[in-house]
Design a protein around this ligand. Structure first.
Ligand code: ADP
Ligand code: MG
Length: 139
């Protein structure tokens, strides 16, 4: 399945503001098929483990706090060239720099509350998808 799927999170603030539907609609309009989807509230330990790659970054603790501040939606998205195309659809990490028509331009409010996560490589798409979904829950 390499290259054919990516993983996303709709982050707590975007969920709280009622943007699940609009964001899933943008994803769908862009040609992604939803292969797995659920809503959950991360524990601190889970959030720390998910963002372990950023352990040394100065924003790590704030990021973990933010990600456990409310429920999130996680999903596996399927499409040719999924990782790269989804990074284009979400836009820059900093919403102030995000391009017009991107999810972050429309729905993000700050660097940490930037609406969505998107995998940055095929390997991470695999790791992140299996973090949340057993293979029996990916369709
Ligand atoms: P992206 O989500 O675009 O792949 P990174 O992987 O670099 O960005 O960072 C992971 C997450 O950490 C970002 O989505 C954002 O929520 C947060 N983050 C990144 N850089 C900063 C920063 N300088 N200050 C606060 N939060 C940050
Ligand atoms: Mg990243």
């Amino acid at each position: 399945m390499a290259g054919t799927f990516t993983f996303t999170i709709i982050k707590p603030k975007a969920v709280a503001k009622g943007f699940i539907g609009p964001i899933l609609n943008m994803i769908s309009e862009a040609g992604f098929k939803i292969g797995a989807l659920k809503m959950l509230h991360l524990t601190r330990t889970e959030a720390q483990r998910f963002y372990e790659v950023h352990l040394e970054r100065p924003f790590y603790n704030d990021l973990v706090e933010f990600m456990i501040s409310g429920p999130i939606v996680v999903a596996v998205l399927e499409k040719e060239n999924a990782v790269e195309d989804y990074r284009k659809l979400i836009g820059s990490t900093d919403p102030a720099k995000a391009e017009e028509g991107t999810i972050r331009k429309k729905y993000a409010e700050s660097m940490s509350a930037n609406a969505v996560h998107g995998s940055d490589s095929d390997d991470n798409a695999e790791i992140e998808s299996t973090f949340f979904f057993p293979s029996s829950e990916i369709f």
